[in-house]
Design a protein around this ligand. Structure first.
Ligand SMILES: [Zn+2]
Length: 396
């Protein structure tokens, strides 16, 4: 559990500055699942936060490797809940102060490290898996580009030898921001009910990761309340349970997690200002580039592309098509994976804001590293796919 104590001031991330949490509606979690084969050690960590930059993710992975002595690859994906603490630095008491509490960050990192080590050491159970993809319509909307939507839930379930669900991962491309923006309740938003419903109905643990939720996949609810967010979570959970029940159970023969780094020129004036003010860590190299990563996770014929931020749905659809072309049966995208670079827009959809402080229709651009992010990411992912597609495996 990673709920912050309210004995300290907790600045809430995602909407406005100077919004302090008043109560806990539901707890925040880091849900961790270890997948071990003779060759691979992977830990999937689904974390209820606005996002975590790559420095933190790498520090956590390094600590887990050092303490287990194993070359564990960690995938940390944040749900992007807008009702958790500021872990990025943009939502403090004023616009020029960070809202990040270093005490909370220490607690957070220690909690994820301990959970990951426990999961690795207890990963002794042989498991089967099944996966499914299902359209869940009527709960989300693309507010930037209403005609481009991705409403597909990607579901992956691990089963014990006696066919009981051990863990169920659901990926859905929508911002956890169904509750009113003024709410000062700590909450996972719709993700809370989504996981509860799965765990109460079929047992085992439920994990949630966001898909291509960027620009601007957001809940489409009758009113911005916890009750409506819960209905949304239940709808996605029910659809996921139904879709998985129809799928055959398969032994897990291959588990791979390949990663590729890429550099992006920092072209965002707001992020540069925030870095100069000390709100964001300075991650730029001497040429003004930020280095991030993408990944390809292959669990049997279910393939997941991991992306370091909030991918716009058009790119999510494109990547899923590319994964299928390369050999995936079920294809998914995991957002905010091992980094949070903000929005990742198609290059041809990127218009530099005239006024960075009042970007209007260019809001997503104002929260993006720059137009080079998507092409660099797609090229890095292509490299991973051509090295690890079915074709290349057969040729070996
Ligand atoms: Zn967002």
């Amino acid at each position: 559990m990673i709920t912050p104590t309210l004995e300290r001031v907790v600045y809430m991330a995602g909407y406005a500055s100077n919004k302090s949490a008043q109560r806990v509606h539901d707890d925040l979690w880091a849900r961790v699942l270890a997948l071990r084969t003779a060759e691979t050690n992977i830990v999937l960590a689904a974390v209820d936060l606005i996002g975590l930059n790559r420095l933190h993710c790498q520090a956590i992975e390094n600590a887990v490797q050092a303490q287990t002595g194993l070359p564990i690859k960690l995938l940390i994906s944040c749900s992007h809940t807008h009702f958790g603490p500021d872990t990025i630095g943009l939502w403090g008491a004023t616009q020029t102060e960070s809202g990040v509490d270093p005490h909370y960050m220490d607690f957070l990192k220690a909690t994820i490290i301990t959970a990951a080590i426990d999961a690795v050491q207890n990963a002794t159970q042989p498991v089967h898996c099944r996966s499914a993809a299902i359209e869940v319509t009527g709960v989300a909307k693309n507010y930037r580009d209403p005609q481009i939507t991705d409403e597909e839930a990607t579901c992956l379930q691990f089963l014990t030898p006696d066919e009981q669900p051990f863990a169920t991962l659901v990926i859905y491309p929508c911002h956890p921001e169904g509750v009113h923006p003024d709410s000062r309740d700590i909450s996972c938003d719709y993700v809370y009910a989504l996981r509860q419903h799965i765990e109460a109905t079929i047992g085992g643990a439920a994990l949630f990761m966001p898909g291509a939720l960027g620009g601007m996949m957001s809940p489409d609810l009758p009113e911005p309340t916890h009750a409506e967010a819960a209905k949304m979570g239940n709808t996605i959970a029910e659809a996921s349970i139904r879709a998985l029940a129809n799928q055959p159970r398969q032994p897990i023969e291959t588990v791979n997690y390949h990663r590729a780094e890429f550099a992006i020129p920092m072209q965002n004036m707001l992020f540069q200002m925030a870095t100069n003010l000390g709100l964001l860590p300075n991650l730029m190299d001497t040429e003004g580039n930020i280095t991030s990563e993408t990944g390809l996770i292959q669990i049997g014929d279910t393939w997941l592309a991991t992306v370091p931020g909030e991918l716009l749905p058009r790119l999510g659809l494109q990547i899923k098509a590319e994964l299928k072309q390369a050999g995936a049966k079920i294809a998914g995208v995991v957002g905010l994976a091992n980094d949070e670079l903000g929005y990742i827009l198609p290059e041809d959809d990127f218009i530099f804001p005239e006024d960075w402080l009042n970007p209007g229709k260019q809001y997503e651009e104002s929260m993006s590293i720059g137009p080079a992010t998507a092409p660099r990411l797609l090229a890095a992912l292509q490299r991973l796919l051509s090295a690890n597609s079915d074709d290349s495996r057969h040729k070996k």
